[in-house]
Structures are given as structure tokens and as C-alpha cells.
Design a protein around this ligand. Sequence first.
Ligand SMILES: NC(=O)c1ccc[n+]([C@@H]2O[C@H](COP(=O)([O-])OP(=O)(O)OC[C@H]3O[C@@H](n4cnc5c(N)ncnc54)[C@H](OP(=O)(O)O)[C@@H]3O)[C@@H](O)[C@H]2O)c1
Length: 348
Amino acid sequence: MEVSNKYIVVKHHIQDAPEECDFEIKTGALKLSVDSGSNDIIVKNLYISIDPYQINRMKSHSPSQTAINFAAPITPGQAIDALVIGKVVYSGNAKFEKDDLVMGVFSWAEYSLINEENIIKKLDPSSQFPLTYHIGVLGFNGLSAYAGFFEVCKPQKGEKVFVSAACGSVGSLVGQYAKLLGCYVVGCAGTQDKVTLLKDKLGFDDAFNYKEEKDLTSTLKRYFPNGIDIYFDNVGGEMLEAAVENMNEFGRVSVCGVISEYTDSEKRSSPNMLNVVYKRINIRGFLAADYMNVFQEFIDKTSEYLRSGRLNVIEDVSSGVESIPSAFVGLFTGNNVGKKIVKVAEEP
Ligand SMILES: NC(=O)c1ccc[n+]([C@@H]2O[C@H](COP(=O)([O-])OP(=O)(O)OC[C@H]3O[C@@H](n4cnc5c(N)ncnc54)[C@H](OP(=O)(O)O)[C@@H]3O)[C@@H](O)[C@H]2O)c1
């Protein structure tokens, strides 16, 4: 049997903010079987993770592209690999059977032709958690929040924590982990609705809309009159500079991402380094993949928080492979609320 398989490509390299017209939907014929002797597997994609780091793969050059396999450059016109949850529809590999649920590095597509190395894990269909959690709160986004906060910042109960892009996939979890530890937590986001959600649903002590603020240094002084102990940075740029101005002695800055700099090749954060020296501030970048040693601890603790209802999960799901370009573009305009996912097909 043969199906027509829709998949998304970039038409050309993207240097600045992405637009929907930078993408194209292509269709290819795909045989739903593999030749005898081949170990290949065909997966029907169910949920696709939409992540900001992909923009750096779409550039002609970016320092990220040589850092880790995951971030390798994307060739215009070629299928785009991403974290996906899917169902095996045909397997030439004895380790996988038809109807197995799997999570791995597949494609921005309806179907993916893959091999065993692409599969990160099989998923248990009787799991108490929704499938989508495996590409969000119980996946690399969750690990980024957990390790970037606990391992990089070494937080103490009572410390004052600031989180940017706080209503996003990673930020919303960081703020909640910090509250669960007993920290004072303020988040920023780009709309009033997100600010309300942070305070009313996610339990942040306070939150503000950074787009309505003129002077971020005084804004942070207002929210942290006694200074910031920990800044979890998702955005870079002026917010990092303002946070450093407000850090306490021996403050820690966990640099998870610098999304404001991904789409503006001119923008660079230049924090006042005298503050860094004299306040002995530790500014530390990290990749979630560095922290696989705490993966099981992260899963155990996070699963327990989820089971006991102490951690809220916010997902933002759009439907159909055609919605991938707008879903992706929306990450850079703040359209998403929580973890952005595209649902490509109904669950079995
Ligand atoms: N180090 C790692 O291993 C790792 C792993 C995962 C993610 N990350 C990074 O962590 C950050 C958050 O990722 P995520 O997946 O959780 O995405 P996300 O926060 O769910 O979505 C991106 C959010 O960033 C904000 N944003 C977009 N453009 C901005 C700009 N120019 N200035 C300020 N804020 C902007 C928007 O929210 P607003 O409404 O607040 O503007 C948007 O909703 C990204 O920088 C990402 O690359 C790093």
C-alpha cells in the first residue's frame, strides 16, 4: 500500500524572524512497507514538538550547528527532523512491532521512514500520563527546566527567582519547580493574559508584561527591591542586562536560551561585567543533554508532582501538518501559551 505523505521544508536559509512564506508543504509517495532485509521502520506521526532552537538550524551559519548532533544544519528543500511521537505502521526491525508507540527524532511530516537509531524510546500505551507529556513536561523541555534550575542554579528555599518567557514550555515549569522548593518567584511574559495565568493558575508570586515596560532595570528593581538571587534566562538581550543589574552577590544566571537574539542577528546582550565581577555572579549556559545523569531523578520527582496535582501542565496544540509553519512562526511572536505541539493524527 502507498500513501501520499505531506511534509514541511524551508525554501531557503532563514537569517532573521521566520515567516510562514519561508516554508513549503511538499507531498511525496510513501510505500507502507520496507524491502525484505531492510531494518527500516515506518511511523505514522501523531504529535510533533515545535521548538525555538530549530531556527538556528535553518540559518546558513550559527555557532549552535556544530555543538551537538541535534542542532545540525537543515538543508533547504529537505525534510526537517524533530522530536515526534508516533505509531509504528510497518517494521522491518524485530525490536519494533506494528502499533508500537514510539518517541524519537522523526520528521515534520505525516509519516516518517526511520531506522532504529532515530527511536529514543518505546512508550507504554497504558501510562497514566497523556502521550504529549513525553515531548514536554516529561521530555527534554522538562529536563531543561529541572536541570537548568536545580543543577545549574543550586537554589535554596527562600531565594528570589526571576524567570523570562515564563509562560512558555520551559519557563512555566521552572517557575513551578521554584515555588515547590519554597522560593519567591516572578515571571515575565508578553501579554496580560499570560501574566494572569502565571499568577492565578501557576502560582507565581508576581508577573509582568515586559512589552509594556520602558526601562527593564527599574522594572526588575520594582519587583525585586531586595535583589534577584537566580535568573533563569530564556530570552537574552536587554532582559539579561537588566537582570544582571539587579542580581545579588553570588547570584546565579542559568542561560537556557536567548530567543530574542535568534531572530535578530544584530542583537547581543552586554551585561555590565563590573557587576559580574564585584557581585561574583555566575552566568552559566547549559544544554539539557548535558544532564542525562539526572534524567531518572527528574522523571521520578516530576511524575510525583504530576500525580499529586502540584504541577500544572500547559500545552498549546494545533492540528494538521499544514499548521506547522504558523505554529513555529508563533514561537517568535509569543503566540504560544505553554508547550507548542502539532497534532498530526488521532491517537490509536
Ligand atoms: N538549553 C537547552 O537545552 C534548551 C532546551 C529547550 C529550550 N531551550 C531554550 O529555552 C527557551 C524557551 O524555549 P521553549 O521551548 O520553552 O519555548 P517557549 O517559551 O514555549 O516559546 C517561546 C516564547 O519566547 C518568548 N519570546 C519570543 N520571542 C521573544 C523575544 N524577542 N523576546 C522575548 N521573549 C520572546 C515568547 O513568549 P512571550 O509572550 O513571553 O514573549 C514565546 O512564547 C528558548 O530560548 C529555547 O531555545 C533551551
